[in-house]
Design a protein around this ligand. Sequence first.
Ligand code: PEP
Ligand code: MG
Length: 748
Amino acid sequence: MKDVIAELTRIVQQVALVQDPKQQVRLIVDQIAQSLDCEVCSLYRLSSEGHMALLASHGLDADRPVAIPAGAGLVGLVVRTRHVVNIANGLKHPDYFHVADLLEERFKSFCGVPLVNNGEVIGVLVVQGRHAKKLSAKHEAFLSTLAAHIALLLPRLPVSNDAYVSSNTPLLGVAAAPGVALGHALPCRRDSLADVATAQDANVEQSLSDWQALLARVETDLRKERAALGELVSADVASMFDAYQMLLFDPTLSERVQSSIREGYALTTAIKMAIQYYADLFRAMDDEYMKARHEDVWHLGNKLFHTYQHGHPEMARQASDHDAVILIGDDISVSDIAAVPTKKLKGIVCAGGSRLSHTAILASALGIPAIMGVHGILDVAEQEVLIIDGDEGQVICDPPEPLLAEYRVVIERERNKIAGLDKLRDLPAITPDGHRVCLLSNSGLLADMSPGLRQGSEGIGLFRTEIPFMASETFPTEEEQVRLYRKALEVYRGKPVTMRTLDVGGDKPLPYFTVDKEQNPALGWRGIRFALDNVQLLVTQLRAMLKAAREPNQLHVLVPMLASLDELKSMNSLLDDTLAQLTDEGVEVYRPRLGAMIEVPAAISQIADWRPYLDFISVGSNDLSQYLLALDRNNPRVASRYDHVHPAVVREMQRIVKSCRELNLPLSVCGEMAADPVAVLLLLGMGVDHLSMSSARLPKVKLLIRKTKRSVAEEYLSQALVLGSAREIRELGNALIQREGLLELPNS
Ligand code: PEP
Ligand code: MG
C-alpha cells in the first residue's frame, strides 16, 4: 500500500456505495485483507449479552455462529484496554483463547483495534497473518483510522441471522408508537421505486397516456383505502391520505413526469426522477417533522410504481392465515396498513422511517406499537413469530416458549391498563393532594387533532402552523389559512387553542422560499426573526387567525424564538394594527392572549421586562435544552448527551417558573419534557400546571399526575436540584416511580 489516505478514501467510498449491510461488512473485511496483504481480517461486534460475535471474516471459515465470551481472548483484551493490541505471535500470548473449529491456530500475528462509538467499545477489527510478525506502524495507523469509520457504521449493521436466532438477541430500533404485541411477521417486501434502473422508452404517447390512467387508478385506490381506515379511526386520521392526494394532484409532479417522458425516459424512470426530486426537498429540511415527510413522498412513489407493475400486493389475503400479524418492511406506507384487516394487525416494524413518520402517527392512532429503524428486520422470514416492544423499541424474533408465555402475561396486563387509562379520559389530571394540571395537546396536522380529543385533551397547547406552510407549494393564502385555523378551532370548540406564529427559516426552510445555506442555521434566520423580516407573511397569518376565531378567549397566539424586548414590542404593535385593520373592514374580532415561547436562554432573564407585553409563557423545552446545552439533538453523534433533565436545564426551568410566579404570569411547557414521566415529576414539583404534548402520551401523564402527591414531587425536585448529572436525576426519578407505583393503575 503506497498512499494510505488514497487507500482509506477508496475503501470508505466503496463501502458507502453498497446498500446492503451484509455486503458492506463483507466488503470491509475483504478490502482490508487485500490492502494490508494479510491472510485474515475479521469484524467482531458486541452482542447485548456482552460477547463478541463474529460478524464477517476474510480468511476464517465460520460455518456456524462464532462468539467469543465477554472479556475472553485477545479480542477481550482489546475491549478491556480500549487500545490496539499488536503482537507478533498471538498464540503465545497468555490471553490467547482457542475457538473450536475456527482453525485460527494457523495464524500467528494478531492486531486488534477497538471500534468505539459514543465512548463505548462496540466491536473489534482484527487482522491476522501466518507469520510471527507485528503489523507495521503505518499499517496499524491505517487500521485505526479505518476503524473510526467502521465504528460509525457498525450500529447500523444487522446481527447475523443465525446469531440472533440462537440467542434471541433483540433487534433494536426507535420506539415510535407504544405498546407490546406478539404476532406472525408479514413482510411487505416489494421492488422499490428507488431501485428502478434508468430506462428509455421511445413510445412517448403511450407513456403519457399510461401516466394519466395510472393517476386515475391510484386516486381511486387511495379513496377506497381511506374509506376502509376511516371506519376504524377518525376521519381526521384517514385524512393522512390527503397528504398523498395532494402530492398526486400537484401539477408540478405531473409536469415533471410528463417532461421526463417527453425527453425519452420510460414511465417508471420518469416517476422515480420526480419522486426523488420531492423526497430530496423534504429530506434536506432540518426540522424533524418535515424531514419525515420525505417518506410520504416515497410511499406515494412506490404506490404508483406497484400499481403500474401489478396492482397492490395481496396482503389482506396473506394476512388472513393468522389472527395476529406484525407488518414488517423497509418502509411501510399508510396504504400498506390499510390493506391488512385492522383486527389482525398487531404491530408495525420498519427498517426505515422515523418517530414522526405518518406510519408511526397512524400506528399510535390505531393503538398498536410501531418500531422504526430496525435494520435487521429485513432478514426476518415470513410467518416468523415476533414479540415487539414499542416502548423499548425492540423486536424479539422466534422467541422460545417460556419467553412467549411471559410476554402473553405482559400483553394481557397492557390490555387491562389501556382499558384502565381509558377510564381516566374524562377525569381531571389532579394530584391526590389537589394540584390541578391542565393537559393539552401539540398539533400541526388536522390528522393529529381528534386523537387528542379522544385522549381527553383539554385544548391545543401548541399548534405548529409552519407545518401547513411547509406542506404547501406556495405561501398559503389568507383564505386557505382561515379555513384551516377555523377547522382546528371548531374541532376544539369551547377549549383553548394556542397557535404559534410561523416558525420557519434556518432549520425549517420553506421549499419555495429557500435562502442561502446558513453556516449556523439553529442560530440563524428563524422563528420570529424570519417572520418579522417577512412581515407581510406575519400580517396575513395574524389576519387569518383573527378571522378564524369566533369565540372570545379561545384563540391564543404564541411567538417562537423570542430573544429581545424589541421583537416582542414589534409583535404587539403588529397585532394591534391587524386588529384595527380587520375592525375597519367590519370583521368582528377578539384580541387573543399573546404568549412568548421561552426557547432562547436569553429570554429567561428578561421575563420581567417582557411582562407588560405578555399574557402567558410557553416553554419550548426542546429548543431551550438544545441551546442551554449547546447540543444539536438531531445530530446522532451527540444525541446521547442530550437530556432535558440535565441539571442545567432543570435549574433554569425552575428559574423560569419562579419568575412567572412572581410576575403572576401563566406558564405552560410544550416541549418533550411535558410528556416524559421523570421530567413531569420535576415540573409538578415546581408547580407547573399546564402541560402540552403529543396526544398519545397524554393518558400516561394523566395517570402519573393522579397518582403523585405534589409534596412527593417537591421532595424529589429538591433532591434532584443538588444532583450533578442527568443520569442521577433520571435514576432517582425512575426509582421513585417504581417504588411508589406511580404508573400503576389503581387495582391493576
Ligand atoms: C420546542 O422547541 O420545545 C418546541 C415545542 O418547538 P419545536 O419543537 O416546534 O421547535
Ligand atoms: Mg422550538
